[in-house]
Design a protein around this ligand. Sequence first.
Ligand SMILES: Cc1ncc(C[n+]2csc(CCOP(=O)(O)OP(=O)(O)O)c2C)c(N)n1
Length: 384
Amino acid sequence: MIRADEVLMAAYEQKFDFYTGVPCSFLAPLINRVVSDSDVLYVGATSEGEAVAIAAGAWLAGRETVVMCQNSGLGNTVNPLTSLNWPFRIPTLLVVTWRGQPGYPDEPQHELMGQMTTALLNLMRVPYRPFPVATKTALAPAFASARAAMKKYGRPFAFVMPKGAISEESFSENPLRIKSLCKIVDLCCRQSIRPTRAEALECILKVIPHEAAVIATTGKCGRELFTLYDSEQHFYQVGSMGGASALGLGVALNVQRPVIVLDGDGAALMKMGNMATIGAQRPRNMLHIILDNGVHDSTGGQATVSACVSFPSIACDCSYATATATDDLTSFKEALQEALARPGPHLVHLLIRPGSMARLGRPTILPSDVARRFKRFLTSERRS
Ligand SMILES: Cc1ncc(C[n+]2csc(CCOP(=O)(O)OP(=O)(O)O)c2C)c(N)n1
């Protein structure tokens, strides 16, 4: 049986040094090794879809990434794999366990996914190989060919891991000890007319430094940002709704520059676990802005449940450094300047009114080109 450190070494030789995922008992030796290894970074995600988006951000910031998950969680990855990794051509190495593998008795909840695991990978056009378990010498060529395929096609690649592939590994993880001192700063002036999203974006564009990276959520937010001003600093996350803050986290953990996530209330609600991971990882350079119009504006204005939710309270409870509530542009600008001047992560929640620009464009640059120019922008700081 191969050892986890042998796997990690073979992966490290191919530059895989950023790991994220959600545990599976089959993966325990590998995850236990990864969390104990100071040469690689592991970010425990709240869902496998979140892990895929975090990995995408880390790749954009110059890392080679691995997403580890149970095949039960493969379902959670379908949306980001098909609407983020595919159009933007963002590779990641998936290590997916094979619970319910036909011929190997397992629990009933794994039976159907066990039967369809490889078919689902095929359907998502993710090439895969069995995890190289036979001998230690099989590891290096397997990781090399996985990396080569990812580089050639700019798309994910998967290893499917059977039970008992790797020998037991002890576990040494420092428990998280975060004492949140976050208290909501309420700057709302409760005027009857709230700003529009476009006005908020114009304000953001005026305030943020030129070296900041900006990730705009799915729908009209990215379209308005593109229409107002296009820049290599911008990543318009056209798909993968809810994934912008996870992608932003993956970027923020790997760059020094400020990372600004423009979220919607519908998107933030869809992947609220992201906020817990952001709070736990504490990226000092991250500013999370939620433009809350109370509706799914991009799809016709259907209500979200944001009126029943306090995003600033959630941010505080998730251990963000600061959380500010605003509903007008003057205090919004003040909140942004304050957040950019201090270590984060910060949440700025702005209540806006529904509706969008009359002449609304769409990014005219291919997603794969947006990704590559954003990656160039992010990684250029190493040279400057
Ligand atoms: C997984 C997924 N579900 C649904 C959609 C369709 N969709 C695109 S944008 C959007 C609304 C987003 O709402 P919100 O985040 O509040 O932003 P707003 O449109 O209000 O700016 C929806 C439902 C999608 N793209 N992906």
